[in-house]
Write a protein that binds this ligand. Structure first.
Ligand SMILES: NC(=O)c1ccc[n+]([C@@H]2O[C@H](COP(=O)([O-])OP(=O)(O)OC[C@H]3O[C@@H](n4cnc5c(N)ncnc54)[C@H](O)[C@@H]3O)[C@@H](O)[C@H]2O)c1
Length: 478
């Protein structure tokens, strides 16, 4: 998308904000939001809990292709109607719901969301917004055309530390930014080959519905459902699409970036099945008022990430053999991760995951997550407590509550309140689609290791024709 379109979208958002309450919703009489949830296991369970913790929500329908997950959710919401096929659910009870929450594997985000949006529903969709660039563009377009309330599930976007980092960067605390380096040592890739043979499909799983629009494939235990699908090119978006969306969100937002001009991914050769287990992706972006003209973002993932780089040397780490905290090879659960990261008080070690902004007047380290950003100048940490207090005061931010249970629901409640005409979403699809497009261009670059791909945002095409076929998915009838 071009910058002028972004500005147009931003103005459209402002216009939404000043419309009289309830202008875009049908809940005037009831003042309550009736929700339908697609995918209620895994993160869908957290989404269900946090949406339904809003006092004005009525959970009206639940959908899951795994009967065990559906039964567990139904137990919590016995009055909700239960379905295994989201198409049947929407066709049947479309008139009795106002908003749809999509928490399925990535390949089903767009098919489910677009159906709901075509019916005029507000949609909260998990990150990354879509599996294909064409889908992200279609969702943004439809949301705009229908003036829908939308939000992508990047809940940390609404947390104190990320809002603070955004405002610090925009206040010019390190001057114009020329580079952001961001990393996650998680491994949501798979360098092995596709498994042979098949396993019996569990009686509790509707495999055809799980595959949805993706190609027919035989079921294999523990390879796809649950969770492991994110390692595989047909269903997920690798570590970049998983953690990259969260970690890049703050730089993307703070620097008001558009989609990139070039993308280069240093990784292994594609094998047509799994994403590479390690990736170093370099993006070059058009400059903005917060960046120099030659701004770049460098992403490192997989075991050992990030690679050592002088931009990442921390005060006090010079005499240590490694600058990094021990990476957590196991994929930690959200709660493990909170306890792991809040324990990291050693200021000379790089946080397990995070981002470093490099600017004209110093560097800003933003650990992922729930820790204060830290400024570094000439190899020393600099006290920024005065700047933080000033930003807190002007923006009425209050003090940080580093408790996931209090911070977590904010992003969800913002969506519910926006649907009820009382708030504005901060990660609507107009924003989320551009961020997702950027991320997905990096995964496509992984199919052309080491080659720099040139992106023409206006045409929605690469200059390298061979890459263009990966922008669109082929939908199976199911
Ligand atoms: N925002 C976050 O912090 C965060 C954290 C984890 C996952 N996620 C996102 O949440 C989504 C789900 O991830 P997960 O780890 O929970 O995956 P998962 O495989 O553990 O759970 C997916 C759930 O959706 C169900 N499902 C699958 N296909 C379905 C369909 N067609 N219709 C209805 N239900 C279907 C599954 O049975 C399961 O209950 C992904 O997009 C992921 O990126 C976000």
């Amino acid at each position: 998308m071009k910058r002028r379109d972004f500005i147009k979208n931003t103005s459209a958002l402002s216009a939404i904000a000043i419309l009289p309450p309830f202008s875009n919703c049908k809940f005037e009489k009831k003042g309550r939001l009736r929700t339908a949830h697609i995918g209620v296991g895994g993160m869908g369970g957290e989404d269900l809990r946090d949406i339904s913790s809003h006092a004005l929500v009525d959970v009206t329908a639940l959908c899951d292709v795994d009967a065990n997950n559906l039964a567990a959710a139904k137990k919590l919401h016995p009055n909700a109607k239960a379905y295994s096929d989201y198409r049947k659910m929407l066709d049947k009870i479309g008139d009795s719901i106002d908003a749809v929450i999509v928490s399925t594997p990535d390949h089903t985000h767009a098919p489910a969301s677009l159906k709901a949006m075509n019916m005029g529903k507000s949609v909260y969709c998990q990150k990354p917004l879509t599996h294909h660039v064409s889908e992200a563009r279609a969702m943004r377009k439809l949301a705009e055309e229908k003036n829908l309330i939308t939000q992508m599930g990047i809940q940390v976007h609404s947390f104190y530390d990320y809002k603070l980092a955004t405002l610090l960067i925009q206040s010019g605390i390190i001057g114009k930014v020329n580079t952001v380096r961001a990393w996650s040592p998680k491994n949501w890739g798979y360098d092995g080959t596709a498994p042979l043979g098949n396993d019996p499909v569990p009686e509790t799983l509707d495999w055809n519905l799980w595959l949805g629009t993706s190609a027919e494939r035989q079921y294999k235990k523990d390879i796809y459902h649950p969770g492991n699908w994110r390692k595989l090119v047909d269903y997920g978006c690798g570590t970049l699409g998983d953690m990259g969306v969260h970690i890049f969100d703050t730089p993307y937002n703070a620097l008001e970036l558009d989609v990139p001009k070039t993308i280069t991914n240093k990784c292994r050769k594609p094998n047509g099945f799994g994403y590479p287990e390690t990736n170093i992706v370099t993006y070059e972006f058009p400059g903005t008022k917060y960046t120099t003209n030659d701004f770049k973002w460098v992403w490192y993932d997989g075991k050992g990430a990030p690679e050592d780089h002088q931009d990442l040397i921390l005060p006090g780490s010079e005499n240590k053999s490694s600058n990094k905290t021990k990476s957590n090879d196991k994929e930690a659960t959200l709660k493990d991760k909170i306890s792991l990261e809040t324990k990291l008080t050693d200021e000379s070690s790089l946080p397990d995951q995070g981002a470093m902004f490099i600017g004209e007047k110093g560097r800003l380290l933003l650990p992922h997550f729930m820790q204060l950003p830290k400024k570094i100048v000439d190899g020393k940490y600099v006290d920024i407590s005065k700047e933080i207090s000033a930003i807190e005061k002007v923006n009425n931010m209050g003090k940080p509550i580093r408790d996931y249970n209090s911070e977590g629901p904010k992003h969800y409640h913002q969506f519910v309140d926006a649907c009820l005409g009382k708030d504005t979403c901060t990660a609507p699809f107009s924003y989320a689609a551009r961020l997702t497009e950027t991320i997905l261009l990096g995964t496509i670059a992984g199919r052309f290791p080491g080659q720099t791909l040139n992106w023409n945002s206006e045409k929605g095409m690469f200059s390298e024709n061979a890459a263009n076929k990966y922008l669109v998915g082929k939908y199976r009838k199911f």
